[in-house]
Design a protein around this ligand. Structure first.
Ligand code: AMP
Ligand code: ZN
Length: 136
């Protein structure tokens, strides 16, 4: 992808604060962190989002997330860590190259990765579940 900033960063054309790199991935410090120490994992191969990514990339990505997150927990002494991955503008995606956020969390921090809990009418969850199942 010619004009994709994450392709350029992931493949080393643009320098970045890299915390992890292998043949398929680069993990870098997010430029506008939710909390200090926020890391994003970029596959080197371009896909816009989760749906377009190759299965192998997705399988490996979670293992890299585990390794980097573990290192973050130790290095940053955080109390928890959110793994977040946005697909589409409506979901908050701003860079259309697949990436996974690793956000260190501290007791009493003010980061919001949360929502107001909703509810279902009688039978509504079951009906939606059927719709989803039909599309698997
Ligand atoms: P998303 O909203 O899930 O698409 O996340 C995009 C993330 O990329 C945001 O957290 C940005 O702060 C981060 N970001 C954008 N440009 C850069 C860059 N050049 N280097 C590092 N992080 C970036
Ligand atoms: Zn890209």
């Amino acid at each position: 992808m010619e004009n994709c900033i994450f392709c350029k960063i992931a493949n080393g054309e643009i320098p970045s604060a890299t915390v992890y790199e292998d043949e398929a991935f680069r993990a870098i410090m997010d430029i506008a962190p939710a909390n200090k120490g926020h890391v994003i994992l970029l596959p080197k191969k371009h896909s816009a989002n989760l749906f377009e990514a190759e299965d192998e990339t997705l399988r490996e990505a979670l293992l890299v997330v585990k390794r980097v997150s573990n290192a973050m927990m130790k290095a940053l002494h955080c109390d928890g860590l959110n793994v977040v991955q946005n697909n589409g503008e409506a979901a908050g995606q701003t860079v259309f190259h697949l990436h996974l956020h690793m956000i260190p969390r501290f007791k009493e921090d003010t980061v919001k990765v949360t929502w107001k809990q909703g509810s279902y009418a009688e039978g509504e969850a079951a009906a939606l579940s059927e719709e989803i199942k039909k599309n698997l």
